[in-house]
Design a protein around this ligand. Structure first.
Ligand SMILES: [Zn+2]
Length: 332
């Protein structure tokens, strides 16, 4: 199926089994699936990174183009501007893809920009860049990826606000998140090795992984949990929290790659540091599920928006899947 010029597409079938989904992903990661540039890998990465930022609908999980392509832009900013990795096979006319051109133009229009993290760029400037990238992605990648997945992965309409991931793909991507991330990086890296000079491709996988920016400032979550919900003891050891309060990702960030209130707990520095990149033992699941039932009753708009993709049982599945992906359990 050609597809880059499609304007909309429905989900062809709402339920297909894991084996068929694997075969579709393996096709998309393979060399048989045509790619002039890396946009398809970029969109798969944005979908994986945004998995918990969607909104449940009757058909599936809805993601706005704005959200997906803001992440896409930020990842490409790091790859193109920070690490100088080319993203397209030269085609005689050009050596740069449209998105690389947009980003390089933005970076050179103002000398300071090229030295900044994407999130540090002035908001108006940043939005302008995201809009240009979004327009290009809508034109060249949304329909193309849909067609590569034979119309099973999502429904989209370029005139609407976003796309709707089918439930069975959502479940699948949650279950095999770590595996899909690795396969996507591997195929992306293979592509990059072909179009970049050798000296630039050193540690290319590491650069792809580092392209997802990790937020350092979690104070807003600390404020919500501490002030609004009066959480004043360490979630893990129960000791009273003093001045140095850590915000801990219950399921490690390395699996979730996102910051959502339902996955945050407050902890003392000792527990946070000892737990490190591990999941807590199973009895804490009940405790966090109960805590989240309380948070969900809030009317605060920030809290509600974090809970839009949350369901009872989500953390239980994530706990299983994180362990399956190789993350160890930590016992106190
Ligand atoms: Zn503690």
């Amino acid at each position: 199926m050609a597809g880059w010029d499609l304007k909309y597409g429905p989900i062809k079938e709402f339920y297909i089994n894991d084996d068929r989904i694997w075969s579709l992903f393996n096709y998309v990661f393979s060399d048989s699936c045509r790619k002039r540039n890396t946009y398809k890998y970029g969109l798969i990465k944005s979908l994986l990174d945004s998995l918990f930022s969607g909104k449940k609908t009757g058909m599936g999980i809805f993601y706005t183009y704005e959200e997906l392509f803001a992440r896409f832009t930020e990842n490409y900013w790091n790859l193109v501007i920070k690490y100088d990795l080319r993203q397209m096979r030269p085609d005689g006319n050009s050596r740069l893809s449209k998105i690389e051109t947009i980003l390089k133009r933005a970076a050179t229009s103002n000398g300071i920009l090229s030295t900044l993290e994407f999130s540090a760029i002035d908001k108006i400037e940043r939005n302008k860049i995201v809009q240009l990238v979004t327009a290009d992605c809508k034109k060249y990648v949304v329909g193309a990826l849909y067609a590569d997945f034979d119309g099973y992965i999502y429904a989209f309409d370029l005139n609407a606000e976003g796309l709707t991931l089918s439930y069975c793909f959502y479940e699948f991507m949650l279950k095999y998140k770590a595996e899909l991330e690795r396969l996507n990086y591997y195929s992306w890296a293979k592509f990059l090795e072909k179009v970049n000079q050798d000296n630039l491709v050193v540690r290319v996988i590491e650069k792809l992984e580092l392209a997802t920016p990790r937020r350092s400032d979690l104070s807003v979550y600390r404020e919500i949990l501490r002030k609004e919900f009066e959480e004043n003891t360490c979630f893990y050891c129960g000791r009273k929290l003093k001045d140095n309060v850590h915000v801990d990702h219950f399921i490690p960030w390395s699996f979730v790659k996102d910051d959502k209130l339902w996955n945050f707990v407050l902890s003392c520095p000792t527990c946070n540091e000892r737990k490190n990149n591990r999941v807590p033992s199973k009895e804490y699941l009940l405790q966090i599920n109960n805590r989240n039932k309380i948070l969900q009753k809030s009317h605060d708009i920030v809290i509600l928006s974090d809970f839009e993709s949350y369901t009872d049982g989500l953390l239980d599945s994530m706990w299983e899947y994180a362990k399956r992906s190789g993350i160890k359990e930590f016992n106190w």
